[in-house]
Write a protein that binds this ligand. Structure first.
Ligand code: ZN
Ligand code: ZN
Ligand code: ZN
Length: 375
């Protein structure tokens, strides 16, 4: 079960995406794109095999011919039901035949190809043997923005996923925290994500007290106490599109310092969102948020990039990070999630998904960003 349930797109939508991808590949000087099962294949064709195995499944996109999906014969009926199947040719192969030779016959020997990042080495190495003069590049390296600009239907699905995540926060803040383990609260978050329509939970981070100062902490056995700050960061896929939001709550009344640190992160998050507009660079969003935290004297405690894209996965380009000069384009969707992490003490992070509109940024998460106290 991949959990990547195909979103409700038509064959025409998928045809348009595959044509756009093939054109972008040609513009980038590539002879074509090779796409194995995973988020790129779902986005292009709507096809998500129930199990990814050692049998080769590969979408071949080239500028000069219709898309071809090389697929094991026993999985061909499943592939034929994919929403994008009418827009491509299925080329099935049976056990005992060489699918790499069949794939190589579709390709320009000596060409350079973009390969989806999650293509197994097993397959790529076999293709290299079949086409020794061809070269290969990571699809994310050569076409990082392929899936970055969302159309209206995708934006509606992302907004719905964000609204569902917001409902999760509204529920969780009413439940008891003190005396329960992080893992118990994490299980509640997962249950709520599913209850509000997610098909897949990607992460439920509950970082209480000193654990909140480790941005990679997921959940542990620590029992949450009164006086703890608790970072809650959760998300997954709903109808094929991602959610990802963070709120930091306090168990009981916070201290003045805790309030001040939270205020700084909130101001940084506000500044990051305010920097979102068409034509601004990704790094401008990072700089806007980071400047607020640095000016408040906490720069060394903001130890990660400000944000990442979201779509059919919960982490993808574009990245809001110093050095990323990619201009923002209406339809891009990404997180704005600055934080301050005080080792051994506590952490604060606030995260919303934001989409670029003609006038600026629009948040897809809208729960309060004030410091919420919980019991
Ligand atoms: Zn406290
Ligand atoms: Zn997150
Ligand atoms: Zn995130």
């Amino acid at each position: 079960m991949t959990g990547r349930a195909p979103a409700p797109f038509t064959a025409a939508d998928h045809r348009a995406r595959m044509e756009r991808a093939a054109r972008a590949a040609a513009d980038a000087g590539l002879a074509g794109l090779l796409v194995a099962p995973g988020p790129d294949l779902v986005w292009l064709t709507g096809y998500a095999p129930t199990a990814v195995t050692e049998r080769l499944t590969l979408l071949v996109l080239t500028a000069d011919r219709d898309p071809v999906l090389v697929v094991p014969a026993l999985e061909a009926p499943d592939a034929a039901r994919a929403p994008g199947a009418p827009a491509l040719t299925l080329r099935d192969w049976t056990d005992g035949k060489d699918p790499y030779a069949a794939t190589a016959a579709l390709l320009d020997a000596g060409g350079r190809f973009g390969v989806s990042d999650n293509t197994w080495a097993l397959h790529l190495l076999a293709l290299q043997r079949a086409l020794p003069d061809s070269t290969y590049a990571s699809l994310t390296d050569v076409l990082p923005m392929l899936r970055a600009v969302k159309d209206d239907a995708e934006l509606r699905l992302l907004a719905a996923a964000g609204a569902a995540a917001d409902r999760v926060f509204e529920e969780i803040r009413t439940l008891p925290f003190a005396g329960r383990r992080e893992s118990d609260v994490g299980a509640d978050l997962a249950e709520l994500l599913l209850r509000f329509g997610h098909a897949q939970v990607d992460f439920t981070i509950v970082g209480s007290g000193p654990n909140g100062a480790d941005p990679h902490h997921e959940v542990g056995d620590r029992v949450i106490e009164r006086g703890d700050m608790v970072v809650l960061d959760f998300g997954g896929l709903k109808d094929g599109y991602g959610s990802d939001t963070t709120r930091t709550v306090h168990v009981g009344e916070p201290t003045e310092e805790e309030r001040r640190v939270h205020d700084i992160v909130r101001a940084a998050q506000e500044a990051g969102c305010a920097a979102v507009r068409p034509g601004a660079a990704c790094q401008d969003v990072d700089r806007a948020a980071r400047t607020v935290i640095a000016d408040a004297g906490y720069g060394e405690y903001f130890i990660h990039r400000t944000g990442h894209g979201i779509g059919v996965t919960t982490h993808e380009p574009p990245y809001m990070i110093e050095g990323e000069e990619q201009p923002l384009v209406p339809g891009m969707c990404f997180s704005v999630e600055p934080g301050i992490y005080l080792p051994g003490r506590f952490g604060v992070r606030i995260e919303d998904i934001v989409t670029v509109t003609e006038d600026g940024g629009r948040r897809l998460n809208n729960t309060t960003r004030e410091l919420v106290t919980v019991d």
